[in-house]
Design a protein around this ligand. Structure first.
Ligand code: FAD
Length: 139
């Protein structure tokens, strides 16, 4: 069972309320721990950006569940790749708070200082998350 990495972005839906982030992280960590899935979730007032890594079958199942979640919408896969090793192996779902998504970081990886993953390439989105590893908050 080889490893894959999937990166997607989405928009918060009307069904989302700010308290939901705690539930989403708890549910993600419960499932991901069982399925040996690791990754990172960035969350702003408008967008989610998430990377999940694990076996191809586990990532497929996880992504299907995520796609059906009414708390977000307009889900776009930015990157899907076979990988040799994990990059977020410490976290069943590491959380990057909005405060870490500074103008300087956004300028490094996108064309404007605002955080908008829909305007980023898959590779830039992946590189942004790698650069934010040190800011991961376990909530
Ligand atoms: P339940 O928790 O019982 O939920 C059943 C259904 O209700 C699901 O369709 C769920 O999407 C929906 N639901 C649950 N709570 C609410 C709510 N408060 N309001 C509206 N609908 C609700 N899951 C993972 O396993 N791994 C991840 O990495 C992961 N990342 C996520 C990232 C984001 C941005 C979001 C929005 C969700 C993520 N999830 C993740 C959660 C995933 O979408 C499912 O909710 C969860 O995996 C399903 O858990 P469950 O089968 O126990 O169903």
């Amino acid at each position: 069972m080889f490893l894959v990495r999937l990166v997607y972005t989405s928009k918060l839906s009307d069904a989302f309320s700010s308290d939901d982030i705690t539930d989403i992280l708890a549910s993600a960590r419960k499932h991901n721990s069982r399925n040996h899935v690791t990754g990172l979730l960035c969350f702003s007032s408008n967008y989610f950006l998430q990377c999940i890594e694990g076996s191809r079958s586990a990532i497929n199942r996880t992504y299907h569940r995520i796609l059906n979640d009414p708390r977000h919408e307009d889900i776009v896969m930015l990157d899907y790749k076979e990988i040799n090793r994990r990059e977020f192996s410490h976290w069943h779902m590491g959380y990057v708070p909005y405060t870490a998504l500074t103008r300087d970081v956004n300028m490094l990886f996108s064309g404007s200082p605002e955080f908008n993953p829909y305007e980023m390439s898959g590779e830039s989105a992946h590189q942004l998350m790698l650069a934010l590893k040190d800011t991961v908050d376990m909530v």
